[in-house]
Design a protein around this ligand. Structure first.
Ligand SMILES: Nc1ncnc2c1ncn2[C@@H]1O[C@H](COP(=O)(O)OP(=O)(O)OP(=O)(O)O)[C@@H](O)[C@H]1O
Ligand SMILES: [Mg+2]
Length: 262
């Protein structure tokens, strides 16, 4: 049985078709990478799964139970945790307190006592590598640490499925490596992961499956190495990104360069 099944999901914002009939499943233990150009509908897809946005059509099932139209807090309590592309912690609270909020309010097993929530926070902060900074206020954190905090807050809800929206954006290559280690550790805890990333090293480094969205539709889905070498993906996404970064001479074929991006 799939953990999550997204069937023919569509979402329109005014004249913009953000999602135009997306179908895929997430299997337990998988790390699914979602890539695609800006505006392809990636964040909208996560928003539909986590209940923040209601799809216009289609169905989303969690272990065969429809969660379409459920409020976000109920979806979170079923075991679906997420981070946000725009990081928004409580700025005056410490890292530990911020993380404990997840444990206090998002748990499938009901509310924890504050002491237990703080203990839980310490555990997930160690997991994401923020243990030593747990008493810092959020204002003092660097960008990569804020991203780690986002992951910790989501993990404190003990999700079975974790949705990560560009948690590695803006990180340097050393920080990306550290973040990859973090994702692997989370996966080893038995958490299934969906991550949106523009960093191809991440998709190849941790994902068991990759899905490319383009104009709200699935362009290609499959093993990351295959997907990143697919001519359609290179044309719609990688070629353009590569051209912007590297400016290759016009006579050079983009083929074979496609998996070198970022
Ligand atoms: N709340 C909204 N109101 C109006 N339009 C929206 C809203 N949310 C998303 N859109 C539009 O829907 C389309 C898909 O946006 P979405 O944020 O899902 O893309 P994305 O793939 O996450 O892009 P990015 O890589 O830039 O994060 C875009 O054209 C966007 O402008
Ligand atoms: Mg987005």
């Amino acid at each position: 049985m799939s953990l999550l099944a997204v069937r023919d999901v569509s979402k329109r914002f005014g004249g913009v078709k953000a999602l135009a009939g997306v179908t895929f499943t997430i299997e337990p233990g998988q790390v699914l990478g979602i890539i695609g150009p800006n505006g392809a509908g990636k964040t909208t897809l996560l928003n539909c799964i986590s209940g923040l946005t209601r799809a216009d059509a289609g169905d989303i099932r969690w272990e065969e139970q429809s969660i379409s139209g459920m409020p976000p807090y109920r979806i979170a309590r079923l075991g679906i945790g997420r981070t946000f592309q725009i990081v928004r912690p409580f700025p005056s609270m410490t890292v530990r307190e911020n993380t404990a909020m997840g444990a206090l309010f998002g748990r499938p097993d009901g509310r924890l006592q504050p002491g237990a929530a703080l203990k839980e926070a310490d555990e997930v902060l160690n997991l994401v590598g923020l243990g030593e900074k747990r008493h810092h206020t959020v204002l003092r954190l660097t960008v990569p640490d804020r991203k780690r905090l986002e992951v910790a807050r989501a993990l404190a809800m003990r999700p079975r499925l974790l949705l990560l929206d560009e948690v590695m954006a803006g990180l340097n290559s050393v920080e990306v490596e550290q973040a990859l280690t973090m994702v692997r550790r989370v996966q080893e805890q038995g958490v299934t992961i969906v991550l949106i990333e523009h960093v191809m090293k991440v998709i190849v480094g941790v994902c068991s499956q990759a899905l490319v969205l383009n104009f709200g539709r699935t362009l290609v889905e499959g093993p990351p190495a295959e997907v990143l070498n697919d001519p359609r993906v290179i044309e719609a996404y990688l070629g353009e990104r590569y051209a912007r970064r590297q400016k290759p001479p016009p006579d050079r074929s983009p083929n074979g360069e496609g998996n070198e991006k970022t």
